[in-house]
Design a protein around this ligand. Structure first.
Ligand code: SAM
Length: 292
């Protein structure tokens, strides 16, 4: 099977749609300034959050800067967003290779694509936005030192969503002790990545935000819960699950405390559970709305 990260981000959309904490979202809507809003999204992937905010009528008029370091993601965003917009009934104007306008009679979003490491982007001192978005991103960064730098990108609000918070559950159990060992080792890899990361990023954001001078306006769980309905996973969620197992495989293959054959069989059985529509995956995560 071919593993494509942009395809994984596409398959994640319906899982994130269900997971995003609605009371934090309501608080965001209540606190948004009058439009047009300036938004900077960091670690934006292929732009699915931008599409979601239009789909959910959270924004109608905005200047939106999408920052991601992966060339593959930004290239996909340049293609995928206009295709999505046309299907959603919006007109598309390409301004330059790195800018786009999507609009209809009521909506108008000016989009700017920035392929950059977020800290290089911050170094360029961009004008702070009304709203900073970081979705499924902060648990990958070194904390607390990244927080003040990230908050320099906003003059007011930060909506920080899908921050992993220490719980992974895969059911049904294959071997309780082995399941527990694999989950524990997997979480440990998040804490020891050279580029940063925290397997309990969600709960730690309360203090990281406070220390950086931001006030938490709303917080709540945004757990991923993926299961089959009548033996079939919704949308592209079987692919999403296979990619989650791919993360396990990439992180733990060759781990000195894991027998290679035992781990390979465990992965094989988990894939078979997806095939049979049996696998239930839960990841505990947290969303925040903060104000400077
Ligand atoms: C888990 S993905 C989430 C992407 C997107 N927010 C979504 O949920 O669809 C994390 C993203 O952060 C990007 N990323 C990781 N480190 C980065 C950095 N230092 N600067 C900019 N982007 C980064 C990756 O390329 C990836 O697209």
């Amino acid at each position: 099977m071919e593993y494509s990260f942009p395809h994984y981000l596409l398959s994640k959309q319906s899982v994130d749609d269900r997971a995003l904490n609605r009371s934090v979202l309501d608080s965001l809507k209540l606190n948004l300034p009058t439009e047009p809003i300036r938004i900077i999204e960091v670690g934006a992937g292929i732009g699915t959050m931008l599409a979601r905010l239009l789909r959910w009528d959270v924004m109608t008029k905005a200047d939106y800067v999408l920052v991601d370091e992966m060339t593959e993601n930004i290239e996909m965003a340049r293609e995928w967003i206009p295709n999505w917009a046309v299907e959603a009934g919006l007109a598309v104007e390409r301004i330059e290779s790195d800018q786009l306008r999507v609009f209809d009679q009521v909506r108008e979003v000016h989009i700017c694509f920035e392929r950059a490491d977020v800290f290089d982007f911050i170094q360029k001192n961009p004008a702070p936005a009304d709203l900073l978005i970081a979705h499924a991103f902060l648990d990958l960064l070194p904390m607390p030192e990244s927080m003040p730098k990230l908050l320099s990108l906003t003059k007011s609000l930060a909506w920080l969503t899908i921050n992993f918070d220490g719980v992974t559950s895969l059911e049904p159990s294959i071997d309780a002790a082995l399941d527990e060992q694999i989950e524990r080792l997997y979480h440990a890899t998040m804490d020891t990545r050279l580029t940063g990361g925290d397997s309990h990023a969600g709960r730690h954001l309360f203090s990281h935000l406070r220390t950086a001078g931001a006030q938490v306006l709303a917080a709540g769980a945004s757990d991923w819960v993926v299961h089959a309905v009548n033996g079939k996973y919704p949308a592209d969620e079987a692919y999403f699950l296979r990619f989650i197992l791919h993360f396990f495989e990439e992180s733990l293959t060759g781990h000195p405390r894991l027998d290679a054959d035992v781990f390979a069989n465990w992965l094989k059985e988990r894939h078979a559970q997806i095939e049979r529509g049996e696998l239930v995956y839960i990841a505990h995560q947290m969303d925040f709305l903060a104000r400077l």
